[in-house]
Design a protein around this ligand. Sequence first.
Ligand SMILES: C[n+]1cn([C@@H]2O[C@H](COP(=O)(O)OP(=O)(O)O)[C@@H](O)[C@H]2O)c2nc(N)[nH]c(=O)c21
Ligand SMILES: [Mg+2]
Length: 318
Amino acid sequence: MGCDEKREPAGGLLRVKDIPELTQDHCRMRDPAKVERIINEFVLGGPERMQIVSDFDYTITKQRTEDGGAVPSSFGIFNACQSLPENFKEETDKLYHKYRPIEIDPHMPISEKVQYMIEWWTKSGELTSGFAFDQSEIDQIAEKYKHALRDRTHEFFADLQRLGIPTLVFSAGLGNSVVSVLRQANVMHPNVKVVSNFLQFRDGLLDGFQQPMIHTFNKNETVLGGTEYYDLVHNRDHIIVMGDSLGDADMAAGVPASSHIMKIGFLFDHVEANMEKYMNTFDIVLVDDQTMDVPRTLLALIEKQHQLNLLAGKQSSL
Ligand SMILES: C[n+]1cn([C@@H]2O[C@H](COP(=O)(O)OP(=O)(O)O)[C@@H](O)[C@H]2O)c2nc(N)[nH]c(=O)c21
Ligand SMILES: [Mg+2]
């Protein structure tokens, strides 16, 4: 790290004030000097040290669409399927009304909330059991929302694939819906991994969710322990974290403390009331930004330096 600090990108250190996407009114930073420092680390480290961790609902999907139509969450896509039992919606709604206030209670400590969340996901899994179900139902509904991804999501995922950057899409929702939307939007490239709750089947009938359960408070890199994906990313200490909920900022928990993490938060609801918390939690807060332009800007800076390095390497070997 010490030597990184002495090195500079070709053309000198990058300045936030010279990066137009980061000087837009809706792009806020509590500590622009920190953002600047991380950007320069990222650019010097190159794509080989990068990984992305992104939430799905309302981070990859839009918070607001042009036609004003609501975008369902991944659980919402499942709930819209035809062959769910009659009482399914009613029962899962009851659970939502009981547990959602606990999930977002600003006073209860997280250690206490965890048990309630395990209860919620367990009960929801029990309701999601004992009936026949076909993935094609999810695919049909998800197809309608493949255009509800942020503008330039396709380009963003193409950038990540080109640069060989492992991309983790994290969701405490339903993985079958997440993968279906990403596949149908043609962004489910080999460098993309979805960690979420996937439907489990037994004897042809639904049997809840597969393990490990991903809930609001274990939705972070600690659940990757021992997986192939962990082996792939554990040396990649330059991390972009993207989310729309405050809790999403912790998705990189579990990576080495020496990592450089840029947290990007998409803020849409109750902007005034939430602004301070978002500013204290994320390095960059994007207010009503329904695009992938800011994360793409960071990738473009990294790629530009990478190209220069490749060129310099070629010339020195001549
Ligand atoms: C078990 N369960 C949890 N949730 C909610 O689904 C969310 C999924 O979490 P997420 O995908 O990590 O967050 P995001 O939707 O903010 O992007 C949780 O935060 C819960 O509020 C749920 N929502 C529905 N509709 N049905 C469920 O069974 C259910
Ligand atoms: Mg979200």
